[in-house]
Design a protein. Sequence first.
Lengths: 539, 68
Amino acid sequence: MGFVDVSGVRHTLPDGRVLLDDVSFRVGEGARAALVGGNGAGKTTLLRIVAGDLAPEAGTVSRSGGLGVMRQFIGSVRDDTTVQRFLVDLAGPAVRAAWDAVEAAELTLMETDDEPAQLAYAAALAQWGDVGGYDAEVTWDTVTVAALGVPHDRCKYRELSTLSGGEQKRLALEALLRGPEQVLLLDEPDNYLDVPGKRWLEERLRETRKTVLFVSHDRELLSRVADRVVTVEGGTAWVHGGGFAGYPEARTARHERMAELRRRWDEEHQRLVDLVRTLQQQAANSPDMASRYRATQTRLARFEAEGPPPERPPQQEVTMRLRGGRTGVRAVVAEQLELSGLMRPFDLEVWYGDRVGVLGANGAGKSHFLRLLAGQDVAHTGSWRLGARVVPGFFAQTHAHPEWLDRTPVDLLWHGEPGRPGVDRGRAMAVLRRYGLTNVADQPFRTLSGGQQARLQVVMLELSGATLLLLDEPTDNLDVLSAEALEEALAAFDGTVLAVTHDRWFARSFDRFLVFGGDGRVYESAEPVFDEDRVARAR
Amino acid sequence: MTMTDDLAHDSAVELAVARLVDEFRPRVRPQVVGTVVRSCRRDLSGVPATALPELVERLARTRLETVG
């Protein structure tokens, strides 16, 4: 069994800003701790410090039980890394070093087949056996069979880039959960996993006896897995000792307590300052008051030297205003609609004010359906129409806008686009302020975090005056707080919403569900359905 | 003595001796081949069993080529 003990850790950014200070927490044996915080709060930095990739400027990190790390980039590997190399890199340092030594010795032997090279190769193989390399190879076989359905020997030279994001994640998770390391650091392990994959992950994390520290933005996963929550905010970290269900209340209570302590300190400080001033005047006329004046001065100095209690962390200002507007009663009508080759024909009526969750298998045509309603050119048969005064606003997955990459938020808002008038810099800054985007207003879109990119898209929906919101995975890449702000904005939106989502927590806020089945059937459901099979297609 | 007996019955040794005796006849006497192979086997004592036959034979061949 293993543990992680972080004590008094401090980290300063290259520009001199203190990102983390006095961070202390412990993840005890067998605990499953979630690490949460806003985008840019320092979660990944803290995880890197715990992993030993970064040395803390002050403080210590103690660990026991061997460390397995899943980095955030897993799922988007596009280089020539092979399955074998990937598994070696996930193993402990001794196995990695022994593997590298065997590879180096093999290369030497291929070039110079002499006695020293042969003995060096033999020594490398002996070391491989000593560090448990042969056991690791047996584990890798189990791992590839579980994750990819083939033995290690048949896939070890396969490039990781030929696997889907979900397969890459699954491979890493199987390796870490089955490996000997007792402490796992998982940076967004659920990214790229579909809902059955997330459910599998939840079960595995709940049943493992290993100690787990993980970062996730998936509120369902957080609530099912975490038995404590470490929050990075305000430049430090604090721990909620319970599950995610009671976390929002605990966080609010903590913030209120901090604000109250600070308010009391400020009041007491002001009282002492005023008293010193009064006594100073009185001391000029009365020697008796002089000693009281000096005593109060000393008291004030001591009070100030102790310093104020920490400020309540700055609130992430996200105030989304999706106004919408009254439209015809029927917002969307489809009759015998079929997107070519993707599904069987279906009928649909969506009423003004409906909140429709669009769920179903990957590749079944959900995003295409939304794009069709947004007015884009999507091949189809059958008919569809929007109701009176229905203005569609489309929120695409963030990678779907290559033309935005080098433009700044202010520039994008200034120029506008068909259906969305441009606004001057003053109005643009005002609306960006409400979405917590002021500090990135003049940065290229490509440099914005996923959450910031998503919020900017909501800004554009607001400015377009849409009355029908078509949202394609809007909570992907949003941190927990931003996702909740989006939900609140949608709840207050005067209009109709259709949203494609795999976010189970988000889906609960919808009242109807349109399910795109893996067999081509499109049907309505009163309850969310997340276990439709992936569409099988000849590739 | 015990080690020599063990080595004499080591399949990695037996197979290598058989093949190398054929390969190096008549330049190297069978007794010399056996001695060299056993010496190689001892030098490779930490190597995992599955890799041993190949490594023993390869190392012995290298050494026999220098003496032969």
